[in-house]
Design a protein around this ligand. Structure first.
Ligand SMILES: Cc1cc2nc3c(=O)[nH]c(=O)nc-3n(C[C@H](O)[C@H](O)[C@H](O)COP(=O)(O)O)c2cc1C
Length: 172
């Protein structure tokens, strides 16, 4: 079984998750590469491709979609999607474009993993200024979420990512 774990990560959160997934799969042949280093022509040589991205303005990075577009129709039979996100409700549809794209090919999404990632890509003062503009009730909630996101993905998140990858592959 040949596995590729590939990801786009602007500030390192998704990369941490990708590395933890690889740690869970030590008994398998696994390549770990940022998406921009993946040759689209070799994608179909893997039995499973784990593909991940941070979520930016409710979307995954376009490099992830581009990789799939370039590789099609020669796609891996099994795809696993993972993402990190700061919001609790603005990330679920981020992978939809990829799902739509692969629909017509012999490639199935066999698992999805997400976890919270602290927003390190927008300066703190900009984030605080954005929060100030919210109505009081929303502001309070957003401040609380921002506090809770600090340091994530944390050890528990990374351990969850590791266990997710292992149990998914083991149970195939
Ligand atoms: C410009 C920008 C836009 C973002 N937009 C969203 C968003 O729409 N929804 C969300 O849940 N998180 C959003 N985030 C937070 C990131 O998804 C989160 O911090 C993620 O862990 C970043 O992953 P990375 O470190 O791998 O780049 C945004 C972050 C940045 C910098």
């Amino acid at each position: 079984m040949k596995i590729l774990i590939t990801y786009f990560s602007n500030t390192g959160n998704t990369e941490k998750v990708a590395k933890s997934m690889k740690e869970g799969l030590t008994d398998y042949e696994v390549d770990l590469l940022p998406v921009e280093e993946v040759d689209p022509t070799v994608l179909s040589s893997y039995n499973i491709v784990f593909i991940g991205s941070g979520v930016y303005a409710s979307r995954i990075d376009k490099s992830v979609l581009n990789l799939i577009k370039k590789a099609a129709p020669h796609l891996p039979p099994k795809l696993v999607y993972f993402c990190t996100h700061a919001s609790l409700n603005m990330y679920q549809d981020a992978f939809n474009k990829v799902k739509t794209l692969i629909q017509e090919y012999d490639c199935k999404v066999i698992g999805e993993f997400d976890c919270v990632g602290e927003n390190l890509g927008i300066p703190e003062e900009t984030q605080l200024a954005m929060l100030e503009k919210l109505p009081d009730e929303q502001k309070e909630k957003a401040i609380k979420i921002r506090e809770e996101n600090k340091g994530r993905p944390n050890e528990t998140d990374l351990s969850n990512a590791k266990n997710f990858a292992l149990s998914l592959v083991k149970n195939l």
